[in-house]
Design a protein around this ligand. Structure first.
Ligand code: NDP
Ligand code: 2IT
Length: 446
């Protein structure tokens, strides 16, 4: 296998899908050597079957808004690979959603889920519907119309969706409720469910907390203590808010958060009181990050900006969306002394930024390793649903810590270079790949 040739062929067959090409290129360029050590893989053209999703469902979702107008959105589910377990991955509701984005996410999810040590294949779905500014009833009608199309393709042992951008507990509740009505069964077909109907304690916290646990593992390799370190976080959704919550517990100084309109900067670090306000503003009031400046005038608000060039930090944790940190941002971070980047979002750094971090030999954890705690805890939710029992928050948190330590160890094992630098990108991709490739090999051409 030659990365350039496989990639050129995929670009020819699937043009205009830049995010998908970007994710595939990063993985192929790091697994090429491992792949080529196994001529049996090439004999069955395993690489193409690993890159091209098993199947994609796409459908129109028609629903009626509060003014009685009929709205039409697109809905999708990309079932990428189920070699090691049922298809598993979130649903994204955002106006930017298209097949390129969902294909990159489903591809990444396959490797991420493999790393978790649990039995889950890779999938992703979503719609170009945006819940922002919609009433609860509009969101409910949309979710029901979306599931009216999708319910036949998913199931507890077939394909298990969950949340992602724009899909939180409210949306999962509405989708799961309608799924249950159509399928006439109460099973663990969604994760991220409410606690009263099969959800797992700690699932809301898991992605952000898991990223902090991964970061702690990375810092430990250098003997660095997180207390007092300046951390720039982007986003203010599920992943970002629980990242910040854990960082404050650990004694770090959180100097930024953001949303798609702008960034807040707290030069001396957010206090617990300020964070409590932000948590309620974002999770309960569904407000905007600009409102933090109105409440606490000493916290700066920069309209239309991302955090990376606004404030000096030791650690960056991009937790909003793909390609939100580019090469110039990476230069600014490195110039400011940033020595660790741990990605809460999926593919938040552009390829150029990733190369700059690796060239600078800083601690750099790609999303598929650092944010895997979310889907891992989804796997724990599936396990609890299968057993029809629920574990305490402490039990789930202990398992999450173990899983993140295990993912870190896999990255070190497969990513250590001759000068002892750990290339977590290579480590995560190779470790994730080996398990999936081995399972595909054993199961024949499907
Ligand atoms: P949320 O919808 O809860 O929050 C998303 C945050 O990112 C919001 O602050 C949002 O701002 C911001 N954002 C979204 N799109 C853009 C954009 N185009 N430009 C700038 N900011 C943007 O989503 P999550 O917190 O769940 O997801 C964040 C990231 O983490 C995504 O990359 C997701 O794939 C990834 N992830 C999520 C997991 C989970 O369990 N939820 C697990 C693993 C990864 P605004 O409110 O203005 O839209
Ligand atoms: O990107 C991700 O890993 C998620 N959005 C979580 C997926 C899941 O199934 O919990």
């Amino acid at each position: 296998m030659k990365t350039n040739e496989v990639l050129a062929d995929l670009k020819r067959r699937f043009p205009n899908e830049p995010e998908y090409h970007q994710a595939v290129e990063e993985v192929l360029s790091t697994i090429e050597d491992e792949y080529n050590r196994h001529p049996e893989y090439e004999r069955i053209n395993l690489i193409e079957r690993l890159c091209i999703p098993d199947r994609i469902f796409s459908f129109r979702v028609s629903w009626v808004d509060d003014k009685g107008r009929v709205q039409n959105n697109m809905g999708y589910r990309v079932q990428h690979n189920n070699a090691i377990g049922p298809y598993k991955g979130g649903i994204r509701f955002h106006s930017s959603v298209n097949l390129s984005i969902l294909k990159f996410l489903a591809f990444e999810q396959t490797f991420k889920n493999s790393l978790t040590t649990l039995a889950m294949g890779g999938a992703k779905g979503g719609s170009d519907f945006s819940p922002r500014g919609k009433s609860n009833m509009e969101v409910m009608r949309f979710c029901q119309a979306f599931i009216a199309e999708l319910w036949r393709q998913i199931g507890a042992d077939t394909d298990v969706p969950a949340g992602d951008i724009g899909v939180g507990a409210r949306e999962v509740g509405y989708m799961y409720g309608f799924y249950k009505k159509m399928a006439r069964e109460f099973t663990g077909t969604f994760t991220g469910k409410g606690i009263s109907f099969g959800g797992s304690l700690m699932r809301p916290e898991a992605t952000g907390y898991g990223n902090c646990y991964f970061l702690l593992n990375m810092l430990a390799t250098k003997g660095i203590d997180i207390a007092g370190k300046r951390v720039a976080v982007s986003g203010s959704g599920n992943v970002a808010t629980y990242t910040v919550q854990k960082l404050l517990q650990l004694g770090a100084k959180v100097v930024s958060m953001s949303d798609s309109n702008g960034t807040i900067i707290a030069r001396d670090g957010l206090t617990q009181e300020e964070f409590d306000y932000i948590f309620e503003l974002k999770n309960i009031m569904r407000g905007r990050i600009s409102e933090v400046h109105e409440q606490f005038p000493h916290i700066e608000y920069h309209d239309g900006c991302r955090p990376w060039r606004l404030v000096q930090c030791d650690i960056a944790m991009p937790s909003a969306t793909q390609n939100e940190l580019d090469g110039d941002d990476a230069d600014a971070l490195l110039a400011g002394g940033c020595f660790a980047v741990s990605e809460g979002a999926n593919m938040p750094s552009t390829a150029e930024a990733v190369h700059k971090f690796l060239d600078a030999r800083i601690l750099y954890a790609p999303g598929k390793a650092a944010n895997a705690g979310g889907v891992a805890t989804s796997g724990l939710e599936m396990a609890q649903n299968s057993q029809k029992l629920s574990w305490s928050a402490e039990e789930v948190d202990a398992k999450l810590r173990d899983i993140m330590a295990n993912i870190h160890a896999q990255c070190v094992r497969y990513g250590r270079e001759s000068d002892t630098y750990v290339n977590y990108v290579r480590g995560a991709n190779v470790a994730g790949f080996i398990k999936v490739a081995d399972a595909m090999m054993a199961q024949g051409v499907l």
